[in-house]
Design a protein around this ligand. Structure first.
Ligand SMILES: [Zn+2]
Length: 432
């Protein structure tokens, strides 16, 4: 399976990782049910070890600590899903951060702080305060959903250097915060395109085509989706060649498995991640189940596997065996383009920072009975009064979702809008 240069490094570090974990985290011997240290010749051998799900990791989080010296406050997981009582408190070690710095220097050279622009990183404070500090080329600002922070963001984006050029040329921000900031700026009569931001890297959620186009136009900037998890410092970044995500930053091992645990080289399954020594030492996670569905594909000239995030497994339509019938992404992509679809209320809208419908995701629910997928969509207008519009929307959504599926043979559909709104008969969906 190895045809990317980074795979050789992953294979090498993986055995070092297992060696470290075996010596320092006895939990894994019990979890794996092994009395002798497994010897992994490469990533393919990982499939022989049981995955680690989040609930197990949360229950045993004290046992996951290796004893390596840590510092600062933990990074809190579950900030995105907000599942109560399921917070993994990720500890970080100075040794990890030193190793990380060495890796960047080895890969990119020592660099010159005087060259290049500045990135404004808008922090996701529900994950804790993090361990990254401001330095040459980077400014961190927390975002806590208050007017003051929006004014602060504006002042940082407006700053100019001695030659009159904008200091910040890149923004790193979650998709929902970017939407909130954009809506707030618009309402304040400030044109986001008037700042010097040329590139925006988004995190935490999908960057769906309709929103991407709208936000790129508003800022006059290129948008890049990234994938990261608060549990890991390594993430995945958009490839300029193939457009998919590659885990080609800090070394980490991604795997994709189906509901039977079979590793997929091509197709849609759940993403498992294994942090690698020496970049993950304080709290090593091996074959950690992310809960995210991804599509993995080959074909990038660089040799890296390409990934597309297809949404939370918990929000997908699954068959009785747990197989994925339909993942959220194609549905959300279709609904994101439809202004007639109601949006989930969002905390920043409720706090009065921006108007309703400017941040939240389309309101929908996916479920399955047998191999029939039920898609429930809330409409912003009473469909009983807008019959033709509702029917057209239904056809557009179905066409878009079907086009995104490689093979939906054997799948039937039903569609409805939630009561007390008018229910569109399932029959009309099948005929359509
Ligand atoms: Zn690529």
């Amino acid at each position: 399976m190895s045809d990317a240069p980074l795979d050789r490094l992953r294979d090498y570090l993986l055995d070092k990782t297992i060696e470290f974990v075996w010596a320092n985290v006895p939990f894994y011997a019990r979890h794996w049910g092994l009395t002798d240290r497994p010897v992994l010749r490469g990533q393919a051998d990982l499939a022989g070890l049981p995955p680690l799900d989040k609930a197990t990791a949360v229950t045993h989080q004290a046992d996951l600590l290796s004893g390596v010296e840590t510092f600062g406050e933990p990074v809190l997981s579950s900030g995105t899903t907000r599942a109560a009582g399921e917070t993994l408190e990720m500890r970080r070690a100075p040794a990890e951060l030193q190793a990380e710095q060495s890796y960047w220097t080895m890969r990119d050279g020592p660099g010159d702080p005087a060259v290049g622009g500045t990135t404004l990183v808008v922090g996701n404070t529900h994950h804790g305060m993090g361990h990254d500090e401001d330095g040459p080329g980077v400014v961190h600002l927390p975002f806590v959903g208050h007017d003051n922070h929006l004014h602060h963001i504006v002042s940082v984006l407006s700053a100019r250097d001695g030659s009159g050029a904008f200091v910040v040329d890149e923004l790193s921000i979650s998709v929902s915060k970017l939407k909130a900031v954009t809506a707030w700026l618009r309402r304040a009569g400030i044109d986001p395109a008037g700042f010097g931001v040329g590139r925006i890297r988004t995190n935490s959620d999908f960057l769906l085509p309709a929103s991407r186009a709208r936000l790129a136009a508003a800022w006059g900037a290129g948008l890049e989706e990234t994938y990261s998890l608060s549990e890991f410092r390594a993430g995945a970044y958009a490839c300029p060649t193939c457009g998919r995500l590659h885990f080609d930053g800090l070394p980490i091992v991604p795997e994709v498995v189906d509901h039977r645990g079979q590793v997929l080289d091509d197709g849609v399954g759940e993403l498992l991640l294994t942090g690698l020594y020496p970049y993950m030492q304080a709290m090593p996670l091996v074959r950690y189940r992310t809960g995210d569905l991804v599509k993995v594909e080959r074909g990038c000239p660089g040799g890296e596997r390409g990934f597309t995030i297809w949404g939370r497994r918990s929000q997908a339509a699954l068959d009785e065996d747990g197989g994925v019938l339909l993942a959220p992404r194609p549905v959300l992509a279709a609904l994101d383009a439809e202004p007639l679809v109601e949006r989930e209320p969002h905390e920043w809208e409720q706090a009065g920072l921006c108007s309703a419908g400017s941040v939240g995701r389309p309101r929908y629910a996916l479920s399955a009975v047998g191999r029939t997928v039920h898609l429930q969509v809330a409409l912003a207008l009473p469909p009983g009064l807008y019959v033709a519009e509702a029917a057209q929307l239904q056809r557009r959504v179905e066409t878009a979702v079907r086009a995104a599926l490689p093979d939906d043979a054997g799948l039937t559909w039903s569609w409805q809008v939630p009561t007390p709104r008018v229910i569109v008969p399932a029959e009309s969906m099948r005929e359509g």
